[in-house]
Every structure is written in C-alpha cells, then in structure tokens.
Design a protein around this ligand. Structure first.
Ligand code: ATP
Ligand code: LTN
Length: 339
C-alpha cells in the first residue's frame, strides 16, 4: 500500500492532461518532460482530466481506452507511481463538487475573455456547451483542492492559471486563507510547440490532420516522414526567427528540447547544411527519444491489472488529500455539515 503524502511536508505540484487523443510531442515537451525531474523534491499529483475532455464530444469506448493509455504513458515517460499520485479526475468526486462552488465565485465576463474558449467555440461551432465555458473553473478546482504551489504547463495554459489565481484570491479575501495561490511553471524552451503543417497554430492532440502533430505512439518511420513533410520557408538557412521562419524555429525548439542544445549550437551544427538534412536529424532524434517510452507503454498496456491497481490507489490518495480542502470550503461558506 502506498503512503498518502502529508499535505505540507514538501511543496505541492499539480498538473493534468485530457485523454482527448494520443499525447503529442507538444504535451511531452511542454508539460510532462518538466514533471519528471521534480518527483523527489515535491509532492506531485498528476491527473488524467477526463471530465475536461467531455467538453468536446467523445466516443465512449475510445475515451475509456485513451484514459488507460494516458496513464500508461505517464508511467512510461518516467513518472513513478510510488512517488507521484497518478489518478483519473472523475474518480475523485471532490473536483466536480468544488467546481460547482467556484462557479459561483467566477464571473461570466472573465470566462468570456478566455482565448481557449474562443478558439474551441470556433473549432466546435456546433457544440458550444456550458462545460466548455466553465472549463477553467473545473481546472481551478483541480488545482486549488490540493493546496497546490506549482503548476507545470505549456504556454497555452497561462491564462487559465491567471484566472485560477484570481478565483483563489477572491475567495480568500472573503473567507480568509482557504486556498494556496498557485504559480504557473512554464518552461523557456518547448512551452509552445507548433503544428508541423501550420506552424502558426499550436500542435494539438485533437487536430484532425495527423500530419500536424507527432503522436508519442507514432512509429519511427512515421515520425521521420512527418518531419520531412514539415512546412518551412524558402531561405534555406537554419536560424531561429519565430516571426519570419516559424516552421524552422519550431523544428529548432523541438530539437533543442530533445537533445538539450541551445539555438546557437544548433545553428552551428547545421551551418552549410540543407533543410533536408536538418529535418532528417530532428526526426531521428525524436524517434530515438520516444522509442523507450513506446516500449514501456506497450508492456504496461498488456498488464491491465497493474494499471487498474495504480488507478484505484491514486484515486484513494487523491480523495484523502482533497477532502480536507473541500470540507473547509463547505464550512466557510455556510453549508451545514452532514454530521
Ligand atoms: P486538445 O487538442 O484536446 O485541446 P492539447 O493537445 O492541447 O489537447 P491538453 O490536454 O489541453 O492538450 O494539454 C496538456 C498539457 O500539454 C498542458 O500543460 C498544455 O499546456 C500542454 N500543451 C498542449 N499543447 C502544447 C504545445 N503545442 N506545446 C507545448 N505544450 C503544450
Ligand atoms: N486545461 C488543461 C488541462 C488541465 C490542467 C488542470 C492543467 C485540466 N486541469 C490542472 C494543469 C492543472 C489543458 O487544457 N491543457
């Protein structure tokens, strides 16, 4: 039996990813890669946020499969289930409960300014549901339930972290110090991996065109092919310039994150070489990085009992950690204790 970490013996990290598709290289470099080195220093809690995924219509069988696969990927990427609480969001009812309450402390005006809401409303114009609108409130509940100090995410979540902080501060101003006000951790390189075919858009796992993203489960051949086809420019010089060379700059930030080189070192490595050589090398480097993850993922997916056990255990630990905050909130706002 795994131990429930004490609430404040170390600082707390919380983050989550939606099981809305196969993880992309963007999710890996923007988020997960920054989760791995912190497992000893912090108490880390990582969720598979299936309730968030429901804001876009999901196929039930696929959602179930993707949820398990994402748990296996968390572990395959290097998250040790003994050191981190890994759990499925819907397994802890406290998330939905706190989200309802926080909805009553969040203004529709601030929600309507969220860029993710605006973007998803455009890409899913036939299903602009209320869940999509209040998505950031559920995310605030995820984070605030655990008295989180630090939230490692990609750049696209910056605005959601700001609203989370606003909600926490607003609540604390009325009722006293109930919530820790969390900080975002957004990496310098890799926080905004762009689409391979449309480098002005972010790489997204729910993109309709698989050539736009690298899935962590793509075969080495597919990975190299997708990089070879990536949209670049006509200058034929490998240098970092996000504005005028978004395609090449994106490939450079991927390569920089994967091999740990600076942009300057990359420019030197490929001086006098063509885009073809560069793309080939980026593809190979990514394929090499993903190979051990894919092998571990395959092994884990074959062991349903093991994954079920981790999920069950994670849910219990998450529940234990979060109920203290939820009870405190209920008490502060005047709900009668059940006794
Ligand atoms: P969807 O396409 O379903 O909206 P997504 O690929 O954007 O999904 P999320 O589940 O929303 O992924 O995000 C999980 C984590 O990955 C978040 O921390 C997010 O900031 C990060 N992330 C997502 N896309 C990128 C990207 N292109 N570059 C860097 N980080 C990213
Ligand atoms: N909203 C995030 C996923 C997410 C999350 C969270 C991230 C849901 N709850 C809590 C960090 C902390 C997204 O769309 N990427």
């Amino acid at each position: 039996k795994r131990e429930v970490p004490k609430m404040k013996d170390k600082k707390i990290i919380f983050s989550g990813i939606q099981p809305s598709g196969n993880l992309t290289l963007g999710n890996y470099l923007g988020a997960i890669i920054n989760w791995i080195p912190r497992q000893d220093e912090y108490n880390c809690i990582y969720s598979i946020v299936d309730l968030h995924a429901l804001t876009v219509r999901q196929n039930p069988a696929e959602l179930r499969q993707k949820t398990r696969s994402l748990l296996a990927l968390y572990i395959a990427c290097g998250l040790d289930p003994d050191k981190n609480v890994l759990f499925v969001q819907s397994h802890n009812g406290a998330h939905a409960e706190l989200a309802w309450i926080l909805n009553c402390y969040t203004y529709t005006g601030e929600l309507s300014r969220m860029t993710q809401f605006k973007e998803k409303s455009q890409s899913h114009a036939d299903n602009i549901n209320a869940g999509l609108f209040t998505y950031p409130v559920l995310m605030a509940a995820d984070i605030l339930l655990y008295q989180t100090d630090l939230v490692p995410v990609g750049h696209d979540q910056k605005q959601h972290l700001e609203i989370t902080r606003d909600i926490a501060q607003r609540f604390n101003n009325i009722y006293g110090e109930v919530f820790t006000v969390p900080e975002a951790y957004i990496p310098e390189v890799g926080a905004r991996i762009m689409s391979l075919q449309q480098p002005e858009n972010k790489m997204s796992k729910s993109d309709e065109n698989p050539n736009n993203y690298i899935s962590l489960l793509d075969s080495p051949n597919t990975i190299v092919k997708k990089f070879k086809r990536a949209v670049t420019d006509s200058e034929r010089i490998i240098r970092y310039d996000e504005k005028d060379k978004p395609g090449i700059s994106n490939l450079m930030s991927i390569y920089a994150s994967v091999v740990g080189k600076s942009y300057k070192e990359i420019e030197e490595e490929f001086q006098g070489k063509g885009y073809g050589d560069f793309k080939q090398r980026v593809g190979e480097a990514v394929a090499e990085t993903l190979k051990p993850i894919q092998e571990k993922h395959r092994e884990l997916m074959a062991d349903k009992g093991y994954l079920d056990n981790i999920m069950k255990d994670g849910a219990e630990r998450a529940e234990n950690l979060s109920y203290r905050t939820l009870r405190k909130v209920y008490k502060k706002i005047g709900l009668v204790p059940r006794g």
